[in-house]
Design a protein around this ligand. Sequence first.
Ligand code: MF3
Ligand code: CO
Length: 248
Amino acid sequence: MLRLKTNEDIKGIANSCALLSQLFDILKKEIRAGITTKYLDEVTQTFIYDNKAEPAFLGYMNYPAALCVSVNEEVIHGIPGKRVIKEGDIVSLDCGINYNGYFSDAALTIPIEPVTSEVSKLLQVTKECLERAIQAIRIDARIHDISRAVFNHAKAYGFGVVREYCGHGVGFSQHEDPQIPNYVSSGPNPRLKPGMVLAIEPMINLGTDAVYELDDGWTVVTADKKPSAHFEHTVAVTAEGPLVLTRW
Ligand code: MF3
Ligand code: CO
């Protein structure tokens, strides 16, 4: 069911997104070669609980952490642990917060410099995919206009586009209708209406489109082990156009 939000709801979601944006400011300062991925989850949990909020991912379908940390060929849902971040890695951080019953969702991929020029290009283009997706938002456009914007931009550079996971509605819970694929699917294609709040999240691979899930039941990796990038914002659809509620 697709639940439209009132202006008051959007204010509540914006507050949740503001907290999440503050968290990303902190994580960007903390991340460097030599730390474990688990450390970033500890920082995340401390920040969220200190602010009287709940980590939305922790316990979601039994997910064991507040943050997803996906390194290099890991696409999404990397579980924080003993892995040490090193120079040349790219690290995708994905988090959601429940603040006063309002849910936010955002992700970005951070390069631990120096990274190769092709990896820099992957990050830049994935970020552009998200920007173009947001620019495609206007009243009475459709979900597939968002999908097409992502897909066409990624494919213009010959990059892989993940099909198995997609963006989604967000706000009253972590995942709501509509689904927002990063390619033009044959699925539902509703028109955009004021009051929709969308988590748009291109997942773009340097190589193949194909991905699979590791035996831990969570971590999604590229089939060819080439790097993957992920950028996500929570965006409200308003009569005036898109309102980006998260930042990083
Ligand atoms: N990162 C996903 C999203 O952006 C949600 C992760 S669910 C979790 O929609 F269980 F892994 F936390
Ligand atoms: Co999401």
